[in-house]
Design a protein around this ligand. Structure first.
Ligand SMILES: Cc1cc2nc3c(=O)[nH]c(=O)nc-3n(C[C@H](O)[C@H](O)[C@H](O)COP(=O)(O)OP(=O)(O)OC[C@H]3O[C@@H](n4cnc5c(N)ncnc54)[C@H](O)[C@@H]3O)c2cc1C
Length: 405
């Protein structure tokens, strides 16, 4: 559908989603599926070579939105997760292996290349009553009654703008929301690879002194790699020739998956933790990396982003049922309250785990090892940790429980 250009007073839609990455696409799909008049303002997303491990609750949400079936041929299940302490420190954690079957799940989640996920979400968005404006937002201007979003093709006027516009978020800047940031002395090298031995639907995370080195299954005898190391070393590895890089990765993986061959495309992502001071203000709500950035440890980033999208869609749909202005401060306050605990608790947990690997502080190694030992040995704790990882008890928007918003 083509959007109409208007004079700034006529509402083009109830809500505009700015940004067409996975968090923005899911937010727009959830709103449109709930019958909310929505426009999505974004250039076509450019997918990199990253993959996303979507946890069980995210899969339920995508299935409910009719977007999962088409992803399935491109996704690999994660039936087991193995964590190996590969540090050479005195106090090392025991090797642990969690199985989804222990908590009656077929899989903890599925790993999918972002390019396939985005293409599927784009296709699903195209089936819904959703105004798609293929343009970059040039200005986002919020006032008492609404938000005007100027783009190359004209402008949209809405009651609420959802900033899904990534780490540098122009929407966040327009709302005057600050970001608490901490950069880590680490970067993630990402690539996909083939290997001689089957992965057996098991992901393996080696904990090293520079951060995790994680192999996650892809369909066939392929896996995705997230290798967290010093930024200089990541830069060096990223320009190695294919054969030398494959040999280096095989060495770091202790030949667990046999001989490796790297596929084309490598990414290097500087690591940081960032959290917005507020998740909504002045008729602008933030979702995905516009609101929070976490290091790629434990596959939490986009799963949090999908919960943001599901939560804002639910709150907007409820507000409309109550005949409320969807951009009103109390509606935005509901969103902030709904997301704060989930984002904060996950961010703290990931930050602690990452810093316990980096630090030379002896007791921190002991605490990490002891925590893993206890989780491994105490059945109820073990199952609770597994469940919380893939089906968080709190902060579960309706979509994550299989209900429409
Ligand atoms: C190495 C690595 C591995 C990861 N693995 C996982 C994982 O396994 N599981 C997981 O849950 N998470 C993972 N993550 C996190 C996940 O990749 C991010 O959370 C996710 O990509 C963020 O999506 P997003 O839609 O919020 O932002 P983005 O993907 O950055 O999308 C933002 C979009 O906004 C658009 N945009 C920007 N400015 C404007 C504008 N002015 N107007 C319109 N559009 C605009 C951009 O073009 C872009 O398409 C990983 C991250 C890294 C770095």
């Amino acid at each position: 559908m083509v959007a109409s250009v208007n004079d700034g007073n006529t509402f083009t839609a109830e809500v505009a989603v700015v940004g067409g990455g996975p968090a923005g696409l899911v937010s727009a799909i959830a709103l449109a599926a709930a019958g909310v008049k929505t426009c999505l303002i974004a250039p076509a997303a450019v997918a990199d070579n990253r993959t996303t491990m979507l946890i069980s609750s995210s899969l339920i949400a995508l299935e409910t939105l009719g977007a999962w079936q088409a992803c399935l041929p491109y996704a690999a299940p994660l039936r087991k997760m193995r964590i190996i302490d590969d540090t050479r420190r005195l106090l090392r954690a025991p090797e642990v292996c969690f199985a989804a079957a222990e908590i009656d799940l077929e899989a903890f989640g599925y790993n999918i290349e972002n390019r396939h996920l985005i293409a599927t979400l784009e296709a699903r968005a195209g089936e819904l009553h959703l105004t798609r404006i293929y343009a970059t937002a040039l200005a986002v201007l919020s006032d008492q009654t609404g938000v005007t979003i100027k783009h190359a093709g004209g402008q949209a006027r809405v009651r609420l703008a959802i900033g899904a516009d990534g780490r540098q978020s122009p929407c966040r800047a327009a709302a005057g929301i600050g970001m608490r940031q901490r950069a880590y002395p680490q970067a993630a090298l990402t690539l996909n690879l083939g290997h001689a031995r089957p992965h057996g639907d098991i992901s393996t995370e080696f904990h090293t002194e520079t951060g995790p080195f994680t192999l996650v299954p892809l369909p066939g005898s392929r896996s995705s790699l997230v290798c967290v190391i010093e930024p200089e070393r990541a830069a060096e590895l990223s320009i190695m020739d294919d054969l030398a890089l494959a040999a280096e990765i095989e060495r770091r993986a202790h030949s667990l998956l046999g001989k490796m061959s790297v596929e084309s495309g490598r990414g290097v992502f500087p690591l940081a933790v960032e959290t917005a001071d507020a998740f909504a203000r002045g008729r602008i709500a933030l979702v995905g990396e516009a609101a929070h950035v976490v290091p790629p440890i434990g596959a939490q980033g986009l799963n949090l982003g999908l919960r943001d999208g599901a939560a804002i869609a639910e709150i907007v749909a409820d507000a409309l049922r109550e005949s409320l202005d969807v951009g009103a401060p109390d509606v935005l306050a509901r969103y902030d309250a709904a997301r704060r605990a989930d984002v904060t608790s996950r961010t703290i947990a990931i930050d602690l785990l990452n810093r316990s690997l980096l630090t030379d502080f002896f007791p921190a190694h002991g605490a990490r090892g002891l925590s893993l030992y206890l989780v491994d040995r105490i059945g109820p704790l073990r199952r609770a940790v597994m469940r919380e990882g893939v089906m968080p008890v709190a902060s579960q928007p309706r979509l994550m429980r299989g209900e429409m918003v």
